[in-house]
Design a protein around this ligand. Structure first.
Ligand SMILES: C[S@@+](CC[C@H](N)C(=O)[O-])C[C@H]1O[C@@H](n2cnc3c(N)ncnc32)[C@H](O)[C@@H]1O
Length: 306
């Protein structure tokens, strides 16, 4: 059963007020418009919206937030820009290197052995992928591990921000962005004249970037509903969500992970106590926030390595 999400823009306005931000009539009207456009800030931890309205008004040469809200009514592109501006999109290649080392050494080899035994591809999902570096990092790990296991792989990468996905689909990363790649991984990139780089086409073709709202009315994109995943990374997304929305998100992720599948959260996130669907992954330090999906709420120890 899905938790009752209830709420709405008025709840979000109340949240803003509770956080000390002024929830005046401009903020309330902007929240209404954002909710009509599909971003219900009641799902997110309260953020200071009023200063952003004023900043956007100034950027557009409008006199004040009230004028900006009038503009929002007739300018869906600006509404989408504001929605994007409210979602934090910071990311990097191999963000939290210890997590990717654990995926490389323990989690992915185990999942690949299972996929090989079941004679099927390995499927991974990067939820809230932002501009795609997380999905590319996974693909770079799998490019080395999967051929040795004799297993093909595919990566679904989703985000609710179309602007972030457009960047991810272009796939041209700057020199500063590729600087966080370990040298051996960076060697796989096709480099450009300015020191940036992109994944080689064969690897890039393993990733599909699809717009998807984890909290949206549909459970998941067609690609996710119709298939289950071996690994889901949903890193640094839950931290921005209100507790009710976190519970909804985790329930949805549990639905697409079979027992023994793996879930990765951000280092400042975690599965709440009492959630029987995930248990710390048996092969890695608990602080890395890698979990194994349990069978029907009870811990199902993944099969020992052959
Ligand atoms: C801080 S970034 C995390 C990027 C990457 N996962 C990482 O850890 O480096 C958070 C991303 O979550 C996305 N996001 C926020 N709410 C979302 C939702 N309801 N459904 C899908 N993506 C969402 C944002 O657009 C943003 O790109």
């Amino acid at each position: 059963m899905q938790p009752d999400r209830g709420g709405g823009p008025r709840d979000a306005a109340a949240g803003l007020a509770a956080a000390g931000a002024p929830a005046g009539p401009d903020v309330a009207r902007a929240l209404d418009l954002l909710a009509l456009g599909g971003l219900d800030l009641a799902d997110y931890r309260p953020a200071a919206l009023a200063p952003r309205l004023e900043a956007r008004a100034a950027a557009l040469g409008l006199p004040d937030a009230a004028a900006y809200v009038e503009r929002l009514r007739e300018d869906p592109a600006e509404l989408a820009r504001l929605a994007d501006a409210l979602l934090v999109q910071v990311t990097s290649f191999f963000r939290d290197p210890d997590v990717f080392a654990a995926l490389d050494a323990h989690v992915l080899p185990r999942l690949l052995r299972r996929a090989a035994r079941e004679n099927r591809p390995l499927r991974a999902w990067s939820v809230g992928t932002s501009t795609g570096q997380e999905a590319c990092s996974l693909a770079l790990l799998l490019a080395d591990l999967a051929p040795a296991a004799g297993v093909p792989f595919e990566v679904l990468a989703t985000d609710r921000s179309e602007a972030a996905l457009a960047y991810a689909r272009r796939g041209d990363y700057t020199a500063a962005e590729v600087a966080s790649l370990p040298p051996a991984r960076a060697a796989r990139l096709v480099r450009d004249a300015r020191g940036g780089g992109r994944l080689p086409d064969d690897l890039r073709a393993r990733i599909r970037f699809v717009r998807h709202d984890l909290l949206g009315p549909r459970l998941a994109p067609r690609e996710a509903v119709l298939a289950s995943f071996d690994l889901v990374l949903c890193r640094n997304v839950l931290i921005y969500l209100a507790p009710r929305a976190q519970a909804l998100a985790l329930a949805r992720l549990a639905e697409v992970l079979p027992a023994g599948g793996a879930l990765g959260l951000g280092l400042a996130e975690g599965v709440p106590p009492g959630c029987g669907r995930f248990t710390p992954h048996p092969d890695v330090a608990p602080g890395l926030r890698l979990y194994a999906r349990t069978a029907d709420g009870a811990f199902a120890a993944p099969a020992p390595a052959p």
